[in-house]
Design a protein around this ligand. Structure first.
Ligand SMILES: Cc1cc2nc3c(=O)[nH]c(=O)nc-3n(C[C@H](O)[C@H](O)[C@H](O)COP(=O)(O)O)c2cc1C
Ligand SMILES: [Fe+2]
Ligand SMILES: [Fe+2]
Length: 394
């Protein structure tokens, strides 16, 4: 069996993007990203599930043609309209003008607005099915994971669930498609990063989607980015469910900014004290140098977060403020947060960082730690206390 075949009826036809530097113009792609698409062949009809971006159209159309041996596909199921999966649509339609677009009511407005498409649209509602002959597609509405029109498609006879971006990740596919056939640990880390960047704000909708699919027998999870999950499907679903509830592993992200090194010294001090208190999983990020996506991913993974910032023009140092704002925008929950900072004449960073999290469902631990100009014993004592309180709460 070709390793791109999920079964003899479900064939992978996606593409790898190894040249886009920033996904959504924001998130770095050190190992690329895949735009996954699948052909499902029934005895009477065939359907493509999800498509590709516009940039890979020639390669993508070639895959479709190879798989269908020159026959036209009957349906395209649109689980998600974001252009990384729909950009190829105009080219697909010009090659296959009779192609029927299967989607839900919320997709209709987007098809018209993005592409001027109003005909050959088949609208499906919750639980409705589409027969391909001896294979049946069932549609499950999962709005706001992470757009309003997102839905899942379930291939009943084979237990294959097509989940769109849900359970997906950054990282192009290096030869194999199914987790069984590859070393997949890298993608587990990338799931944290993808979720932290793109899905984190919508955790409650992820939980609702998971509740809907709980009764289904699922052998293969076919997402729109990253590996097809088979042997590790329960593991990845567990990780995803924990992220949706903002459950973190015991460990700490120490994220800091610094111009001249004094605040770095605070971050190093806190990390040392955390380690002395038994914390084993500590990651440190200089926020001026590390792209935000990596920090967000690790914040999704770990329960503890320490933010350390100099005072800068009476404000939080900008890269540290950026992280705090990004977390608040994502509805950060359940995190134990330590705050420390430095100043030279009028302290603001600590007070303003604490204020960012006021009223949010996180625990900002006491004490915070402040340092004037350079390391002083009082700051060291506060940091030692902060580390011991944090270690006890993880
Ligand atoms: C451009 C700039 C603006 C600053 N603004 C303030 C300020 O408004 N209030 C203050 O107390 N210190 C201010 N500082 C001083 C720093 O907060 C202080 O020296 C801090 O310890 C620097 O940390 P670092 O050595 O990690 O860069 C400023 C420093 C710079 C370079
Ligand atoms: Fe998306
Ligand atoms: Fe996507």
């Amino acid at each position: 069996m070709n390793i791109k075949n999920i079964s003899d009826r479900v064939i992978y036809c996606g593409v790898n993007d190894r040249t886009t530097d920033l996904f959504e113009g924001l998130w770095d792609l050190p190992t690329g990203v895949s735009y996954n698409s699948y052909v499902v062949r029934g005895s009477d009809a065939s359907a493509i599930i999800d498509a590709s971006d516009s940039g890979h159209a020639p390669e993508y159309l070639h895959h479709i043609e190879e798989i269908l041996g020159g026959c036209a596909p009957d349906y395209l199921v649109i689980n998600h309209m974001e252009p990384d999966h729909s950009g190829v649509l105009p080219m697909l339609l010009s090659r296959y003008p009779a192609l029927k677009l299967v989607c839900n009511a919320k997709t209709v407005d987007m098809l018209k607005g993005f592409y001027g498409i109003e005909s050959n649209v088949v609208v499906m509602a919750e639980g409705e099915t589409l027969s391909l002959g001896d294979r049946t597609l069932q549609f499950i509405m999962t709005p706001m994971v992470h757009w309003p029109e997102t839905m899942f498609t379930y291939l009943q006879e084979e237990g294959v669930l097509f989940t769109g971006d849900a359970l997906g990740c950054f990282g192009a596919l290096n030869g194999a498609v199914i987790d069984d056939d590859m070393a997949s640990d890298h993608y587990f880390r990338e799931v944290y990063r993808y979720y932290g960047c793109i899905v984190a704000k919508y955790g409650t909708f992820v939980e609702k989607a998971f509740a809907k699919i709980a009764p289904l027998t699922v052998d293969y999870i076919c997402t729109t980015h990253g590996p097809v999950w088979h042997s590790r499907r329960e593991e990845i679903c567990g990780q995803y469910a924990r992220m949706s509830r903002w459950e973190g592993n015991p460990g700490v992200v120490v994220a800091y900014g610094s111009m001249y090194g004094n605040t770095t010294a605070m971050a190093e001090e806190i990390a040392s004290r955390l380690a002395e208190n038994g914390v084993r999983d500590i990651v440190m990020y200089d926020l001026s140098r590390t792209p935000l996506s990596h920090v967000l991913g690790e914040v999704m993974r770990l329960k503890g977060l320490v933010m350390v910032s100099p005072t800068y023009n009476s404000e939080i140092y900008p890269p540290v403020a950026h992280l705090a704002d990004a977390l608040v925008a994502r509805g950060v929950k359940n995190r134990v947060i330590g705050i420390a900072g430095s100043y030279a004449w009028g302290s603001q960073s600590v007070r303003k960082l604490v204020a960012k999290f006021e009223g949010k469902p996180v625990e900002v631990i006491a004490p915070t730690a402040e340092m004037k100009q350079a390391m002083i014993d009082a700051a060291k004592d506060a940091m030692a206390e902060m580390a011991s309180v944090m270690a006890a709460k993880l």
